[in-house]
Design a protein around this ligand. Sequence first.
Ligand SMILES: [Zn+2]
Length: 191
Amino acid sequence: MNRGNPLTQEEEERYARHLALPSFGMEAQCRLKESSVLCIGAGGLGSPATMYLAAAGVGRIGIVDADTVDASNIQRQLLHVTSDVGRSKIQSAGDTLLAMNPNVELDLHEERFEPENAMALAKGYDLLLDGSDNFPTRYLSNDVAVLLRIPNVHGSIFRFEGQVTVFAPHMGAPCYRCLFPDAPSEGAVPD
Ligand SMILES: [Zn+2]
């Protein structure tokens, strides 16, 4: 997969702790560099997820979000700081991630993840990361991952509880829709 050493000297220094990690090393670091992830949402889940992915050296990170930063976001949405209030979340996220790791290629999609654009947005990525905060987007993210035969990493929280699940239906495992065939009726479960 990798011929020679495809990391620059700057990258070797940056990822030194990965490279020194037994059973990780150069091969895994290069695989991260060749990998791509699309994250739906630059909020409470998308923030730590994309920050760790960028810091770790995932080569291409896409983010989809149409919102602007609100003062009530800052307490948990770590991509955005106080001076970002009122800015587009995508622009704010891009600045933070680029400052963190300029080696990462960012695809910033300032739009909603909707049935009309979802397949086109997700095509070409190795993995979908569902950081959405509502059920229609959650089901859409699942369906797109099933159709594209890529894993869908799904996270959700409620107050003091959190869940994270890796759905890999293309490897014979059930998808989100297999587990929960019917979305809850509107208002039955808080976003
Ligand atoms: Zn299924």
